[in-house]
Design a protein around this ligand. Structure first.
Ligand code: GSH
Length: 202
């Protein structure tokens, strides 16, 4: 059975959401990210050179990075449901929004948390306000990242938007709030949040 190396209240919860969307069987292996002195499974070290969760062991596959794991799971097990096929014209937009979370939202969050100076042109993520404006503009006119079809991109965008809300840095934005609510209505996300609240118990 595939193993997800995770820790409650981290980005790993989004991969639990993804696994639940796909109704896959998996084992949660808890990694205490705050105590590096505790022994860690070899498979975790192989999967995550940075020692970060989430990380995945699936057969011979070892990998980390939540967006990469979501893409892997969608392509490998989604049967076209959570990711458009390689030759589908929506694939480009899908990849853009999937990567928008780690490439734009998360660095912009760090900018906001750290009170760093903005530099829209030279910073790869633009700046926090533009990041929010672009996200809000898209979800104001699209139910999901791709329109009517929910996809792995929404697992990344929705969980990132919900992080911003939970951390109190989401500015007033009715479209983003409504998008988070749409995500929270999904039973797979509810199950992942319940697993998280229970510390890993299903
Ligand atoms: N870009 C990575 C970020 C992963 C990450 O930073 N995970 C944090 C928890 S949210 C972690 O494992 N921190 C422990 C550490 O870095 O030692 C992803 O999206 O998977």
């Amino acid at each position: 059975m595939m193993q997800l190396f995770w820790c409650p209240n981290t980005r790993a919860v989004r991969v639990v959401w993804m696994l639940e969307e796909l109704s896959l069987e998996y084992e949660l292996v808890n990694i205490d990210i705050r105590d590096t002195s505790r022994p860690r499974p070899d498979a975790f070290a192989e999967a995550s050179p940075m020692g970060k969760v989430p990380a995945l062991a699936d057969g011979a596959v070892r990998m980390a990075e939540s967006s990469a794991i979501c893409l892997y799971l969608a392509d490998r097990y989604g049967d076209g449901v959570l990711a458009p096929a390689i030759d589908d014209s929506r694939r480009g937009a899908f990849l853009y929004w999937l990567m928008y979370a780690p490439a734009v939202i998360e660095p912009a969050m760090a900018e906001r948390f750290g009170n760093h100076a903005t530099s829209r042109v030279s910073h790869g993520w633009g700046d926090f306000d533009t990041m929010i404006a672009v996200l809000a503009g898209h979800v104001a006119t699209h139910r999901w990242a791709l329109g009517e079809q929910f996809s792995a991109a929404d697992v990344m965008l929705g969980s990132s938007a919900n992080f911003m809300k939970m951390f109190g840095i989401l500015p007033d934005s009715a479209p983003v709030e409504a998008y988070i609510e749409r995500c929270l209505e999904r039973s797979a996300y509810q199950k992942a949040l319940a697993i998280n609240a229970a510390g890993g118990a299903p």
